[in-house]
Design a protein around this ligand. Structure first.
Ligand SMILES: [Ca+2]
Length: 297
């Protein structure tokens, strides 16, 4: 009898202990998850504040700086700890952990004032096989008429493909709109996106252009491009016979329409928070510059 009672008490103790341990482990896990979430929020908030602060400072030093062919020389070198930044999208690290970059639209293909020849050459350089279909279809998408180019697409094409839309017949308003156009798919879009902008350009600036765009503009191979990649503008102008009197196309200047990117990372290559904005350094009565678009997250 005594033994049986003792056995029951031991079993009860084991049972109660198991419950207490399970609850304790669960509580411990819950607390750990809460702490993890809190740290995540703290890091995210810190990243947001740093990014907002950096983009404000970057905008200020750009507005008060001096535009050159290569980029912008800052008037106040102490704010970001650098004396200037190139307009070729090359990232610079400031304040130890924030990455900033600036890209002028004269080093991109503008969909606002599309140079079809440059667009086609770029697609040839980056090896997009159906480049003609894409350039004709993009031209049809933005031109005001309903007359199809050789490999283009107007209302009839999209209706026949059971699409519930027709070409805008005006300028593209956002890059992802290209995914609606004949010949385009996600993979090609991904290849093209870094070179394209919906903002206006005013000419071509090899100092702001990527290697591929430089090859496309001058219709040269990689080897020739690398030979002149870092040459002064005057040399490039004379080697490639750029007419100095041709006012229609500005050469080696900045348009002043800029893509600004500010990113805060975790030090392991992951972005915790970033802002990407398109601005135009065009002063009006009310504002010192224009914001064309703003993306953050
Ligand atoms: Ca059209």
């Amino acid at each position: 009898m005594w033994n049986n009672k003792s056995g029951s008490a031991v079993l009860l103790s084991i049972f109660l202990s198991a419950i207490i341990i399970t609850v304790a482990i669960g509580f411990n896990w819950l607390v750990k998850e809460h702490v993890k979430t809190a740290i995540g929020f703290k890091n995210k908030s810190r990243a947001m504040v740093k990014v907002y602060s950096a983009i404000d400072t970057l905008t200020y030093v750009i507005l008060t700086g001096r535009k050159t062919a290569d980029g912008i020389e800052f008037s106040d070198r102490s704010l970001l700890g650098i004396s200037g930044i190139g307009a070729n999208n090359r990232p610079l690290t400031v304040w130890k952990e924030v990455e900033i970059s600036v890209q002028d639209t004269n080093g991109m293909v503008s969909l606002y004032n599309l140079d079809v020849g440059l667009f086609e050459n770029l697609m040839k350089v980056i090896k997009i096989a159906n480049y003609k279909e894409i350039s004709d279809s993009v031209s049809d998408w933005v031109d005001s008429d309903n007359i199809e180019k050789a490999q283009g697409a107007e209302n009839n094409y999209y209706t026949s493909m059971n699409k519930e839309y027709w070409p805008r017949n005006k300028n593209v308003e956002y890059l992802e709109e290209l995914l609606l156009i004949r010949g385009m798919n996600r993979q090609i879009f991904g290849q093209l996106e870094p070179y394209l902008t919906t903002m206006p350009s005013t000419g071509f600036n090899p100092k702001a252009a990527s290697d591929e765009l430089m090859m496309a503009f001058f219709k040269i191979d990689r080897k020739t491009m690398l030979k002149y990649r870092t040459s002064p503008c005057a040399t490039i102008r004379s080697v490639f016979n750029i007419d100095a009197e041709d006012e229609a196309v500005e050469f080696c200047t900045m348009s002043g329409n800029l893509v600004l990117t500010v990113r805060y990372g975790d030090g392991a290559g992951n972005s915790l928070y970033s802002v990407n904005m398109g601005i135009g350094l065009i002063e009006t009565n009310l504002y010192p510059y224009q914001i064309y678009y703003w993306k953050e997250g």
